[in-house]
Write a protein of this length. Structure first.
Length: 324
């Protein structure tokens, strides 16, 4: 690239960074509604504020380089964020997070490019800005990678799916078993149970019938019936020697928070204070165990400090798995 074309290219890239950063700020604000805990919500609010500051700083540098002030970009950023938030409602949470990660990678890579351009143009202030942008986006990439790892290992994620994303992702834990989960997992369960005799098959049919009724007006009654049916199905499957089907039922009960206190991996958990519960959760090394405890906690006392500590613990386990 000729030195004469460096500045125009630099201006173009700064404009792109400005627009994408405005979009990033708006998306961070959308994500605050999906924060599982107050700590995550505060972190996302701070991320949005930091993105606003980065946007302002980019705009100043753009003017300093000789770019014309852009009054359209902020509006474009808001529109893009709105469109993204609308479209992603039909996507499972992991796809939404991958979209966010793609944006952060693009921001980081453009910042690296701007740093190189600024160095060649001899613009120290632009180079320093680019350095700071790279650092900020690398941190966000790591955070999003960790959240994706939490999702992948079945742990308690920092972000919760919206109701529509629950359905799309097959992880609905509010009103009952999700459609996709029911189709995939219960087909497997029924196929296994059919080999254990007519009694187990009838129980599986009761469970599927309960799943079909989820979301009706009698929500609490259905939930109780669902939990009872799942518990009964698990007992029958184990008695008949169908361990695979029994495990499907048990995993479903665990993820729905339907396990009894006596089934939790922490003895006498329901009697613990928040401080004791947090200490006990931090000793757990299996993600499934943490998930079971958090699901139980959210369906009973729902102590925010306990849930937040559990999510942080899962994040640590997920980082080890993801290698970040």
């Amino acid at each position: 690239m000729d030195t004469g074309t460096v500045t125009p290219t630099l201006i173009t890239q700064l404009r792109a960074l400005h627009q994408l950063t405005r979009t990033e700020a708006q998306i961070a604000r959308v994500r605050t509604a999906q924060a599982r805990t107050d700590a995550v919500r505060r972190e996302l609010e701070e991320n949005a504020a930091n993105a606003d500051r980065r946007s302002t700083r980019i705009a100043r540098e753009l003017s300093a380089v000789g770019g014309v002030p852009d009054v359209v970009t902020p509006a474009i950023g808001r529109v893009l964020a709105f469109v993204k938030a609308t479209v992603e409602q039909g996507q499972p949470l992991d796809e939404v997070l991958l979209g966010d990660l793609t944006l952060e990678h693009q921001l980081r890579d453009r910042a690296v490019y701007v740093r190189t351009l600024a160095r060649r143009a001899g613009r120290t202030s632009t180079e320093q800005l680019a350095d700071d942008l790279v650092t900020a986006h690398e941190a966000t990439v790591e955070w999003l990678t960790t959240v994706l790892a939490e999702e992948a290992i079945g742990g308690v994620t920092a972000l919760e799916p919206t109701p529509l994303q629950r359905v799309a992702g097959g992880v609905n834990r509010v009103v009952g078993l999700p459609t996709r989960f029911a189709i995939e997992r219960f087909n497997q369960a029924v196929a296994a149970v059919q080999r254990t005799g007519e009694q187990a098959k009838e129980v599986a049919g009761d469970v599927v019938g309960t799943v079909t009724r989820l979301g009706s007006d009698a929500g609490e009654v259905v939930t109780a019936g669902r939990d009872a049916a799942l518990g009964r199905a698990e007992k029958v499957a184990r008695r008949e020697g169908s361990d695979g089907a029994a495990q499907v039922m048990h995993d479903t009960r665990r993820n729905l928070g339907s396990l009894k206190a006596s089934e939790l991996p922490i003895p006498h958990y329901e009697e613990m204070t928040a401080q004791d519960a947090i200490a006990a959760i931090r000793k757990l090394t299996a993600v499934d165990d943490v998930t079971a405890v958090v699901a139980f906690e959210e369906n009973h006392k729902n102590r925010s400090g306990v849930v937040s500590a559990a999510q942080t613990h899962v994040a640590s386990l997920a980082k080890d798995v993801a290698g970040v």
